[in-house]
Design a protein around this ligand. Sequence first.
Ligand SMILES: NC(=O)c1ccc[n+]([C@@H]2O[C@H](COP(=O)([O-])OP(=O)(O)OC[C@H]3O[C@@H](n4cnc5c(N)ncnc54)[C@H](O)[C@@H]3O)[C@@H](O)[C@H]2O)c1
Ligand SMILES: [Zn+2]
Length: 328
Amino acid sequence: MTIQEALAAHKQIFIVCDRNVEGFARFLGDYPLLAIDTSEELKTMDSVLGICRWLLEQGADRGALVLAAGGGITTDMVGFAASIYKRGIDYANIPTTLLAQVDASIGGKTGVNLDSYKNILGTFRQPEFTYIFPDVLRSLPRREFLSGVAEMLKTFIIKDLNGGYEKTVRLVGEYVSGGVNPACTAEGLTELSALIQDASNVKQDIVDKDPLEKGERRKLNLGHTWGHAIEWWQRTHAAEGRQLSHGEAVAIGIVQAARRSEELGLTEKGLAARLKADFESCGLPTELPCPESELFKAMEKDKKAEGGKIRFVLPVKIGKVVVKSLPI
Ligand SMILES: NC(=O)c1ccc[n+]([C@@H]2O[C@H](COP(=O)([O-])OP(=O)(O)OC[C@H]3O[C@@H](n4cnc5c(N)ncnc54)[C@H](O)[C@@H]3O)[C@@H](O)[C@H]2O)c1
Ligand SMILES: [Zn+2]
C-alpha cells in the first residue's frame, strides 16, 4: 500500500515533523505542516500544548488525522497531542530514526517527560498505521543509528525471528563499524529493510497480545531497568564523562541483565560474554559508567518497581527472556 492510499480515507490531514526531516516530510503530500524542534528537554507538556494549539488554529476537527514524521520524540509527542486534542483524534507515524522504526513508533505508548523523569505523563493510543521508509535513514548520524541497533538487538534477543540477531550483528559489523551507513548502499538497504520489518513485526506481535503492558509486553523492557537508571545517573552527574544515548544505555543494561541471569542460574555461563563481544563489535558500550550501587536509587523509582521488588527482564538465550520480580 502506498502512503497516499493509506491516507485516502481521511479528509483532513496535518503533518507535524521534526525540523531535521522537514524536506522529507514535505514529500509526503501537500498538507498543512508544523516543523518542531526536538530534544529530551523539549519533550514536555508545553510542546504538546503547542501542537494542540496549532491544530486548533488550523481548524482540525474530530475526523482529522495527524501524521507524525520524525524520531521517537516526535512520534511520542504527536501521539500524545492526538490522544487529548478534542478527546482524541487519529494519528499515524512516519518514523525517521532506526529506533523509532523498530520501537518507538509501534505500540501506542505516547507521552512526555516531567522535570527530570522520563515519559511520566502519557497515554496509550494506537496509531492508525506506521509507515516505514527505510531509505530516510540515509541521513541518520552514526550514533543515532547505533542507538536504534541496540533496540533492534534487544528485540531479537526477545524473539529471534528469522535469525535477526546474528544478521544484525553481521550487518552492523560490516557497514556501520567501518563508517558506512547501510541505508546508503543498495545491498545494505535491502538487508536493513528486511531486519527493520522483522524487528517491527516482533514488537507489533507482542503489543497485539498485551497492548496495556500487563504481561508479555514487559519483555520489551529488557535492558531498560539498568538503562533508565544509567540515563538518570547521567542527568544528575552531567559533568562526568561522555553522555550515553538511550540505546547505548540499554546495550549496557542488556549485558548487566545477562550477568544477573547467569548469577541466578537462568542461563548457561557465557551468554553475557557473547552479548558483550557482539555489542562491542557493533560499536556499542557494555560497561556501567558508575558503580551499580549508585543506580539502585533510580531503579527504586522506576515504573517497574512494585512492593520493594523490581521486575527484571532476564535473557535465557538469544530468542528467549523471562520476567522475574526480585529485590534490588
Ligand atoms: N513510545 C514508545 O514505545 C517508545 C519506545 C522507545 C523510545 N521512545 C522514546 O523515543 C525517544 C527516542 O527516539 P529517537 O532516538 O528516535 O530520538 P529523536 O526523536 O530525538 O531523534 C534523534 C535525532 O535524530 C534526528 N533525526 C530524526 N530523523 C532523522 C533522519 N532521518 N536523518 C537525520 N537526523 C534525523 C532528530 O532530529 C534528533 O536529533 C525517547 O524520548 C524515548 O522515550 C518511545
Ligand atoms: Zn528503549
